[in-house]
Write a protein that binds this ligand. Structure first.
Ligand code: SF4
Length: 763
């Protein structure tokens, strides 16, 4: 957008193309897109080898989302989705970022590229060092890299001046060693990507059900009478979930979708594995679509609860599962009293819906026993995100629809091992019992003071209270909110270190000096002392299973994540009770230590070799809520959103395109929303555009407003779309600059990337 936009039409300027929004999702188009991407990035032969192993019992786990694989039989041809194929193609790409690449491309030059272009540069082949004052990274030996990191860490006045971030791709074995190193170093500063995604779910579910994870299994979808999908777009973010929804429908189940956007993936589905299904209009998934306004969720759910109560008051025992409520729950009286404090009339405008639609939804909930509720970021990234999720649980508890077949909670995790990392102790607020077991097993004094989460870590770096940033995977600057503020924070550091597979923008927004440590990918073979190793991960439903690479590493200079942690630990910890080099010589030794310190991993090395792995204990799945404060499942009192927009303002939510996975941009198309070849766009309601005298593809500047602060993002194209009035949507990371760091969810501290108040000005 360097040139003045008004000279050329946007199409000419950016090459944007708008198409009809498709009526069906997946089908042959998804196959063509996946195969083309793999062929272009990896080549045919290696591509076939990779696709034959992804999510297979003896293969590697998809580095994409955390949707589970079937327990029993895996699909022979394709146990993966379009975006899973793209994820592995990106990792196994032919493109390499070598020392020569860095010698000929300075940080400044690379910074001018888009995130898409930076990512397409490829896999980093050698450890690289950007020394203070230099603008080009230079090759460095592993030994020297570890030495510099160790010296910098030991030069800090306190271990709490270092931040150790984790992205959800990190395996169990690497995550366990990493948190152990960080705690032996002396801090709990272990923020992770979960802080920005399902932290709100963890907080709400731990309080109400006694476990921060979902309760359902994949099999439960075959037994559900009703599946509610709220604040989630599985067609793009968890595509194999469409198979589970399709199976639920085939068993006679009904599906309700609640979302500000009518995402095609939830409307009509064409099963890719069945050529007969490629023709025709596909299988209708959603029976009832509620196009709720952004952040209108608690208001909507509270109306449903009020209508359920009204029916129960009129016809006792017709709605509430009194046996379950009496035996298993606490707090119903307070809930029923709270519901009486609200009128449907005052709540309805916040939803943007007709009462008739909500009544129809409530009827479906009343008339069905086995209900599964699925959600993702559309609920977790709001100021009242924890309220959103607790209110969902209230509905399930009134129905007794949890802890039995075909029923329960299903927060769908976005990163392949984000749940596993938390189970391994990657958390800035560790439980005392976990630290006790670490101390006992490793004979050291663990830090007890809670550490910084993502928002607090950025603030600490900005205020120079933290001076070293260490990122285990991920792309911190592009994943986090308030981009300009976060960039300043990172630049305040003495040293920034990234363990990465591919080049990304976080390698270009650095501290005074920076180091890149290139690691093995999930698709690559991992040998330690000439013995092939495998790692393990935990999916969204708590199944821990193996992942074993199949390709020769793209460079001889790569190290595995566990080996990198051991290298840093050996170079940093003067007196450690742990033999790091021995632990990484055979990952069974790491798993033995996990078994000794984390409940649920008994006979870990034996069970991880069972085909498909094993389920971790889940009290809610067994209708046992004893871990909660009351020893029962807790009803809760929740607040609708208090945000009020004035007539010139809009609510903005950041979303992903169909060609993106978190901050990895596979391509520039958003095929499922009819936008091709452009990412700087803002979806707007057509009438809102008329009110602002905006035409399709007019260039606009966006300003966000938070307390008395303003943030700007310039040069977006206005795209008319089927979205509620005064609601808008933009893509991240492009719009993250508009998301204030301090605008975050109560209790969970998750950045409120789905509730950003903006104004829009035509250029
Ligand atoms: S649904 Fe998720 S885990 Fe499964 S193949 Fe697709 S991206 Fe990978």
């Amino acid at each position: 957008m360097s040139k003045t936009p008004n000279e050329k039409p946007p199409e000419k300027l950016t090459g944007i193309r708008l198409t009809e929004v498709p009526k069906t999702a997946v089908g042959v188009k998804a196959i063509v897109s996946a195969v083309t991407h793999v062929k272009n990035e990896v080549g045919v032969a290696k591509g076939i080898q990779l696709l034959s192993k992804i999510n297979q019992i003896d293969g590697f786990d998809c580095p994409g989302c955390a949707w589970p694989d079937p327990d029993e039989k895996r699909a022979f041809l394709a146990e993966y989705c379009e975006n899973g194929a793209k994820a592995i193609a990106e990792e196994a790409t032919k493109n390499k970022v070598s020392p020569i690449f860095f010698a000929t491309n300075s940080v400044q030059e690379l910074s001018k590229l888009s995130d898409y272009e930076i990512g397409k540069s490829g896999r980093i082949t050698h450890p690289m060092y950007l020394s203070e004052g230099k603008d080009n990274y230079e090759k460095i030996s592993w030994e020297n890299a570890f030495k510099i990191i160790g010296e910098e860490l030991n030069s800090l006045d306190s271990p709490d001046e270092a931040i150790f971030y984790t992205s959800g791709r990190t395996s169990n074995e690497a995550a366990f060693l990493y948190q152990l190193f960080v705690r032996q170093f002396g801090t709990n500063n272990l923020p992770d990507c979960s802080n920005m995604c399902h932290e709100s779910s963890g907080a709400a579910l731990s309080e109400t059900l006694g476990i921060g994870k979902g309760s359902v299994t994949l099999e439960d979808f075959n037994h559900a009478d009703l599946v509610i999908v709220i604040g989630q777009n599985p067609g793009t973010n968890h595509p194999r979930m469409l198979t589970a929804l399709s199976d639920a429908k085939k068993q006679g189940g009904k599906i309700i979708t609640i979302n500000p956007l009518p995402e095609v993936g939830l409307m009509n589905y064409k099963a890719p594995q069945n050529p007969l299904k490629w023709i025709g209009s596909g299988q209708q998934l959603t029976d009832l679509f509620l196009q709720v306004k952004i952040n209108g969720d608690v208001a909507l759910l509270k109306i449903i609860l009020k209508l359920m109560k009204e029916k129960e008051d009129d016809e006792p025992n017709s709605v509430f599962n009194h046996k379950f409520i009496k035996e298993k729950t606490a707090g119903i009286d307070a809930l029923l009293k709270d519901l009486d404090l609200y009128s449907i009339e005052e709540l309805l405008p916040q939803t943007g819906l007709k009462l008739s639609e909500i009544k129809e939804t409530t009827e479906l909930i009343i008339n069905n026993e086995n209900i599964i509720i699925c959600w993702a970021m559309g609920l977790t990234q709001h100021k009242n995100a924890v309220d959103n999720i607790r209110e969902l649980v209230n509905i399930l508890l009134l129905k007794g629809s949890i802890g039995k077949k075909g029923a329960g909670t299903c927060p769908v995790r976005g990163h392949s091992n984000v749940q596993g990392d938390r189970t391994m102790g990657i958390w800035e607020r560790p439980k005392a019992s976990f630290l006790d077991s670490l101390e006992k097993e490793f004979k050291f004094k663990a830090p007890r003071k809670h550490g910084f989460d993502v928002v607090e870590a950025i603030d600490a770096m900005y205020k120079k209270k933290a001076k070293v940033f260490f990122g285990m995977g991920g792309n911190f600057i592009s994943a986090t909110p308030d981009t300009s503020f976060t960039a300043k924070a990172l630049r305040n550091c003495n040293l920034t270190v990234h363990v990465s597979t591919k080049l990304n923008r976080s390698h270009l927004i650095t501290g005074k000096s920076a180091i890149i440590l290139p690691c093995l990918g999930r698709t690559e073979k991992d040998f330690q002392e000439n013995k092939e190793q495998f790692v393990s991960v935990e999916n969204s439903m708590g199944v821990v299973h193996q992942s074993k690479g199949t390709l020769k590493p793209c460079s001889k200079e790569l190290l595995s994540e566990p080996a990198i942690v051991a290298g840093v630990a050996n170079a940093t910890l003067k007196k450690s009770t742990t033999n790091w080099s021995k632990l990484i010589s055979n990952y069974d030794l790491i798993r033995t230590k996990i078994e000794a310190t984390i409940p649920g991993f008994e006979n870990y090395n034996e069970r991880i070799r069972i085909k498909g792995g094993f389920y971790l204990p889940n009290n809610a799945r067994k209708s046992d809520f004893t871990p909660t404060k009351t020893g029962k499942a807790n009803f809760s009192i929740n607040k609708p959103s208090e945000i009020e927009l004035d007539k010139h303002q809009f609510m903005m939510m950041t979303i992903r395109t169909h060609d993106q996975y978190n901050t990895t941009i596979y391509g520039l198309d958003d095929r499922y929303r009819g936008v091709l070849n452009e990412r700087r766009i803002i979806f707007m309601n057509e009438n809102d555009m008329k009110l602002l005298h905006l035409k399709k593809l007019d260039v606009v500047d966006i300003t966000s407003h938070f307390k008395n602060e303003k943030r700007e993002a310039k040069g977006f194209l206005a795209v008319p779309y089927n979205i509620p009035k005064q609601c808008t949507a933009t893509y991240f990371p492009e719009a993250n600059v508009l998301v204030p760091l301090k605008s975050k969810a109560d209790i969970s501290n998750t950045p409120a990337s789905k509730t950003v108040i903006i104004t829009i000005k035509k250029r």
